[in-house]
Design a binder for this molecule. Structure first.
Ligand code: ATP
Length: 917
C-alpha cells in the first residue's frame, strides 16, 4: 500500500480522513475495530533461525570433513564397521551440536522479543498507557523526551521538540520538528511535521496523530534492513574459538610428526592417518563456543526471573568483573514514590499528610516568617491549622504555588514523571483539579524540563485574553537566579540578598532530611513579554516544595553485600548535595566525601581521577559530569556499571562497561543500555552481579574439564609412539580412533552442559571482583596441565600392566583387553574429574551431590560406556572386549584414585601458596 503524504495535508484534513478527534482521541471500541483491520503495530519478524543452515554448519568444519573423508576411504579399504561407527559418531555429534545451537538461538530470540514498549495515548478523552503494539491509525499519542516513537505520526503540538532520526536518515544530529504543512514529495529527512516509528525524541514534548502503524510505517518499509542484525559473538566465545584454533594447530603440529614417526615404525599408514585425524578432531573443543552461548542464555533466563533483562549477551561476561557501580538515586536507591511533605512560602509553613500517589491527606499550616528566621516548629495538627480549599485561596502565596505546580506540570495523578505526579497529588489534596485549571489558564508556550536545565517554564493565558502568567519550577538555586522579587502575604517585595540566604537555608534544612526540593516562581505579563529565546528573569518567588522519596528497604543490605564483594557503590545524582547525603546515609553509603557538580567542573581530569577513588556521592551533576566521572573510573582501570534512567544518562550508559537502565526509565536509556532492571531496584543488580559471577565460574569449570581431558588424550596417544622410539619396542596405540571420537562425544557435551548449570560456590560474593587481567584460564591453567599429564600417566601405567609391552610374544587378545581397560578408564576418569572442577577448593568443597544435572550426566554417560562394553553387538563395533567385575573394579578404582591423587596435589599446592583457591 503506497504511503499517504500526510505531511502535505492540512491538519484538519488528516483529522477527518483518519476520523479522529485531537482532544478526545479515538474511542476504545473504535480502536479495537481498527486493530482488527490494520493488525498489530509491530514489524513482522523474519525468523533469523534456519534449522537447516544450523544443521549443515555442524559439518562444515575442515577437520570434521577430513574425518568424514577418511572414514569413507576406510570403508572402501576394508574397515567397514569402524568407518560406519565413525560416521555415526560424527553425525550424532553434529546432531547434538545442532540441538544446542538451535536451542541457544531460540532462547536468544525469545529474549529479544521480551522488550515490549508502551505508549501514552488519548482514548475516550483520557490519557492512558497501552502496549505500543495496540496503536492504530487515528490514535493521538503523547511524546516526551527520551521516548521511542511508536508509529509514524503527524505532529499536532510541539514544544522544543527534537528527534533523532539517524535510524532512518543516517543523520546523527537531532532534527527540530514543527507543525507547518509541507509541500508534496518532500524528502523523508525534511518532513519536519512528521515523526517516524522507532526514532527517538531527543528533547521536548509533543503530541501527534498516528498515520501509519506496523509494516506500513517508513521503518516497516525497510524492515528487512533493520532486522538483519548481525549475530554477535561474545568476547569469551571469540577467545575460546581462537583457543580452539590454536589447539587444532598444536594438535596438527603434534599429529604430523607423530604420523611420520609412526609410519617409520612400520605402523599401517591408513589407520595411523585415521587415528591422528580423530585425535585432532577430539582435541579441538568445537562444542565450547556453543556451550558458552547456552550457559549465557540460561543465565540470562535466570536473570530474567530475578527481574533483570539482558539486552546484549556478551555483557553477562563482564558482570562478574564489575568493581564499581555508579547509580542514580531516584527510583533505583529510593522507591520513586515521591510525596510532597512541605510547602514553604514567605509567611507560612505547610505540612501535608498522606503517602504516595493517593490524593488523600490533610494539609496543616502555621504562620511563620521565612525571612525573620523564625525557627520552624512542628506544625500543630489542630483543627484551626487545617487548610481547606477556601483558606488556601485566601493565602495568596500558597495559591500561587498550587497554581504553579499544577499548571507547570505534564503529569496526571496516575501518569508521568513521579516528581510531577507528586505535585499534582499535593494540589489535589486541596481540591485543585488540573483539568479545570488548565481550561482557565490554557498553556500557550513552554520550555520543557530537562535534567541539565533543571527547570521547567510554562506560559498561560489569563481570563483576560491580553494577559498571561508564566510559571517557573525547578531546582532552588536555578529558580532563585531568575527571581527578583518575592510574594509575602498579598504583596510583592524585592528579593534581597538576605531573602535569598533565608530561602537557601530553608532549602538546606529540607534537603538535609532527604527531601527533593523544588522552587516555584511566577510572572505576569502579556504574551509578547515571554521571549522564549531569552533566559527567563524577573520572576516572583512564591515558595519551596519539599518532597520525600524513601529509600528502598532492600538497598541497604544490597550495598553491604556489594561492599563485602569488593564492589564500590557510588551515587550520581542531579539532586541537591544534602538530599543526596541524607539518602546516602540511609542506604549505607560513605557520605563523608561528597563532590558536587561545581567542584567537579573546576577539576582537571587528573584531579578527578584521584577524587573518584574516595568519593561515594556526586551531587548536582550534569550529563557531561557523569561522562567525566565514568572516564575517570575507567582510567583507573575499574570495570564500571552505570545505572541510569534519563535522557541525560544515555551517553554515560553507553560509555560504561555495563550500561543499565530501569524499567520505568526513558526508551532512550533502555535503547542505549546493555541491561534493564525491570523493577527499577538497585538490589536486583546485586543479584545480577552474583549471577554474572556464577556464569563466569561455570564457563571456567567446563573449559577446565574439557581442556584437561583433551590434553590427556593427546598425551596418551603420543606416549605410545614416543616411548616406542625411546624404548625401541613396538608399543601399539592405546586408544583407537573410534575410542577417541566416542570419548569426545561422551565427555565434550553432556557433562559440560551440566557444569554450565551449576549453582554458586559458597562465598561467591565474599571474593573480590575478577581483575581486568583475569582470563578464563586464570587459576586453571596449572590444573589443566597437571591433570592432562596425570590422565595420560595413570592410563598408560594401567594399560602397561595389562599389556606388558616390554615382554615378547604378546597376543592380540591381550592388546584388545588392555585397550578396552584404557578406554573405559579414561572415560570414567574424565567423568569423575568434572566434580573437581566445580570449586577452586576441590570436589568436596562444592559438595558431591549438589549438582543433580552433573550426577545425571555422569550416570548417563557412565551407563552408555558400560553398554558399549556389555552388549556383544556393540563390542564388535567399538573394537572392545568384555570385562568382568574385577576389571570394572580396577577401572573405577584407578579412575577414582587418579582424581583423588589430583585433589591431593591441588590441596598441597594451595597450602604451599597459602591461597584458598
Ligand atoms: P536522580 O539521580 O535522583 O534520579 P537526576 O539526576 O535524574 O536525579 P533530575 O530528575 O534531573 O535528577 O533532577 C535534578 C533537579 O531538577 C532536581 O533536584 C529538582 O530540583 C529539579 N527537578 C526535577 N524534576 C523536575 C521537574 N519535573 N520540574 C522541575 N524541576 C525538576
Amino acid at each position: 500500500m503506497p504511503l499517504k503524504q500526510y505531511y502535505a495535508l492540512p491538519l484538519p484534513e488528516i483529522v477527518s480522513e483518519l476520523n479522529t478527534d485531537l482532544k478526545k482521541g479515538l474511542s476504545t471500541q473504535e480502536a479495537q475495530v481498527r486493530l482488527l483491520h490494520y493488525g498489530k503495530n509491530k514489524l513482522e519478524q523474519l525468523s533469523s533461525i534456519s534449522p537447516l543452515r544450523i544443521f549443515f554448519a555442524q559439518f562444515s568444519d575442515f577437520l570434521v570433513l577430513l574425518l568424514i573423508g577418511a572414514s569413507i576411504i576406510s570403508f572402501f579399504i576394508g574397515e567397514k564397521k569402524e568407518s560406519l561407527v565413525i560416521l555415526f559418531i560424527v553425525i550424532v555429534n553434529g546432531a547434538i551440536g545442532f540441538f544446542q545451537e538451535y536451542r541457544a538461538e531460540r532462547s536468544i530470540e525469545a529474549l529479544r522479543k521480551l522488550e515490549s514498549p508502551h505508549s501514552i495515548v488519548i482514548r475516550d478523552g483520557k490519557e492512558q498507557e497501552i502496549p505500543s503494539e495496540e496503536l492504530v491509525p487515528g490514535d493521538i499519542i503523547k511524546l516526551s523526551e527520551g521516548c521511542k516513537i511508536p508509529a509514524d505520526a503527524r505532529l499536532t503540538l510541539e514544544a522544543d521538540f527534537q528527534v533523532n532520526e539517524s535510524l532512518l536518515t543516517g543523520e546523527s544530529l537531532p532534527v527540530t520538528k514543527g507543525l507547518e504543512t509541507l509541500k508534496e514529495n518532500t524528502l523523508i529527512s525534511e518532513r519536519t511535521n512528521m515523526v517516524f516509528s522507532a526514532t527517538i525524541v531527543s528533547s521536548g514534548r509533543g503530541k501527534a496523530v498516528v498515520t501509519a502503524t506496523g509494516m506500513d510505517t517508513e521503518v516497516g518499509a525497510i524492515a528487512r534492513m533493520v532486522q538483519s542484525e548481525t549475530k554477535g559473538v561474545t568476547p569469551l566465545q571469540e577467545k575460546i574459538e581462537h583457543l580452539g584454533k590454536i589447539l587444532g594447530l598444536v594438535a596438527i603440529g603434534i599429529a604430523i610428526p607423530g604420523f611420520i614417526l609412526g609410519y617409520f615404525q612400520g605402523r599401517e599408514p591408513f589407520s595411523l592417518f585415521l587415528l591422528f585425524v580423530s585425535l585432532v578432531v577430539s582435541a579441538v573443543p568445537e562444542g565450547l563456543p556453543i556451550i558458552i552461548t547456552i550457559t549465557l542464555a540460561l543465565g540470562v533466563q535466570r536473570l530474567l526471573k530475578a527481574k533483570t533483562l539482558v539486552r546484549r549477551l556478551p555483557i553477562v561476561e563482564v558482570l562478574g568483573g564489575t568493581d564499581v557501580i555508579c547509580t542514580d538515586k531516584t527510583g533505583t536507591l529510593t522507591c520513586n514514590a515521591m510525596t510532597v511533605e512541605n510547602i514553604v512560602t514567605a509567611d507560612y509553613f505547610f505540612d501535608i499528610e498522606g503517602n504516595g500517589f493517593t490524593p488523600q491527606g490533610d494539609v496543616f499550616g502555621s504562620a511563620f516568617s521565612l525571612f525573620e528566621k523564625t525557627q520552624v516548629q512542628e506544625v500543630e495538627k489542630q483543627e484551626e491549622n487545617r487548610i481547606t480549599p477556601l483558606k488556601a485561596q485566601q493565602l495568596s502565596s500558597l495559591q500561587k504555588v498550587l497554581d504553579g505546580i499544577t499548571l507547570c506540570n505534564d503529569a496526571t495523578i496516575d501518569l508521568g514523571d513521579p516528581t510531577e505526579r507528586a505535585l499534582i497529588v499535593a494540589s489535589a489534596k486541596l481540591d485543585i483539579e488540573k483539568v479545570e485549571l488548565k481550561k482557565q489558564f490554557p498553556r500557550i508556550d513552554e520550555v520543557p524540563f530537562s535534567s541539565d536545565r533543571k527547570y521547567m517554564l510554562t506560559l498561560h493565558q489569563e481570563k483576560d485574553a491580553n494577559k498571561t502568567v508564566a510559571f517557573l519550577k525547578g531546582a532552588v538555586e536555578i529558580v532563585l537566579e531568575k527571581c527578583s522579587s518575592v510574594i509575602v502575604g498579598n504583596k510583592t517585595v524585592e528579593l534581597t540578598k538576605q531573602h535569598r540566604e533565608a530561602i537557601q537555608q530553608m532549602n538546606e534544612l529540607l534537603a538535609s532530611q532527604g527531601m527533593r526540593v523544588l522552587a516555584l516562581g511566577y510572572k505576569k505579563g502579556t504574551e509578547k513579554e515571554f521571549p522564549q529565546q531569552q533566559p527567563p528573569s524577573e520572576f516572583i518567588f512564591a515558595g519551596l516544595i519539599g518532597m520525600i522519596d524513601p529509600p528502598r528497604a532492600e538497598v541497604q543490605p544490597a550495598i553491604a553485600t556489594c561492599r563485602h564483594a569488593g564492589i564500590r557503590v557510588v551515587m550520581i545524582t542531579g539532586d541537591h548535595r544534602l538530599t543526596a547525603e541524607a539518602i546516602g546515609k540511609k542506604v549505607g553509603l560513605e557520605s563523608s566525601n561528597i563532590l558536587t557538580g561545581d567542584t567537579l567542573e573546576a577539576m582537571s581530569d587528573a584531579e578527578l581521577e584521584i577524587a573518584v577513588e574516595k568519593t561515594s556521592i556526586f551531587a548536582r551533576v550534569s550529563s557531561e559530569h557523569k561522562l567525566r566521572i565514568l572516564s575517570a573510573f575507567q582510567k583507573n582501570k575499574h570495570v564500571v556499571a552505570m545505572i541510569g534512567d534519563g535522557v541525560n544518562d544515555a551517553p554515560a550508559l553507553k560509555k560504561a562497561n555495563i550500561g543499565i537502565s530501569v524499567g520505568s526509565g526513558t526508551d532512550l536509556s533502555k535503547e542505549t543500555s546493555d541491561m534493564v532492571l525491570l523493577d527499577d531496584n538497585f538490589a536486583t543488580f546485586e543479584k545480577a552481579i552474583k549471577e554474572g559471577r556464577v556464569i563466569f565460574d561455570n564457563v571456567q569449570k567446563f573449559v577446565h574439564a574439557l581442556l584437561a581431558v583433551n590434553l590427556g588424550e593427546i598425551l596418551l596417544v603420543l606416549s605410545s609412539i614416543l616411548l616406542s622410539v625411546i624404548s625401541r619396542k613396538a608399543i601399539p596405540v592405546i586408544l583407537l580412533p573410534i575410542h577417541l571420537l566416542w570419548i569426545n562425544l561422551l565427555t565434550d557435551s553432556i557433562p559440560a552442559m551440566a557444569l554450565g548449570l551449576d549453582g554458586a560456590v559458597d562465598g561467591i560474593m565474599a571474593r573480590k571482583p575478577r581483575s581486568q587481567n583475569t582470563t578464563i584460564f586464570s587459576g586453571i591453567l596449572f590444573k589443566i596441565i597437571v591433570t592432562g599429564f596425570t590422565f595420560a600417566l595413570v592410563t598408560f601405567v594401567v594399560f602397561s600392566l595389562f599389556y606388558p609391552w616390554w615382554l615378547p610374544n604378546l597376543s592380540d587378545k591381550q592388546l584388545l583387553y588392555a585397550q578396552t581397560i584404557a578406554f573405559c578408564l579414561i572415560v570414567f576418569f574424565e567423568l569423575f574429574y568434572n566434580f573437581t572442577t566445580r570449586s577452586p577448593r576441590g570436589a568436596l568443597h562444592a559438595g558431591l551431590f549438589t549438582n543433580k544435572w552433573l550426577l545425571g550426566a555422569v550416570a548417563l554417560c557412565g551407563s552408555l560406556q558400560v553398554l558399549v562394553i556389555s552388549v556383544p553387538a556393540l563390542r564388535g563395533l567399538f573394537r572392545v572386549t568384555s570385562l568382568d567385575l574385577i576389571d570394572w573394579g580396577i577401572i573405577l578404582g584407578s579412575a577414582l584414585g587418579g582424581v583423588i591423587l589430583l585433589e591431593l596435589v591441588f590441596f598441597v599446592v594451595r597450602k604451599v601458596q597459602g591461597t584458598q583457591y
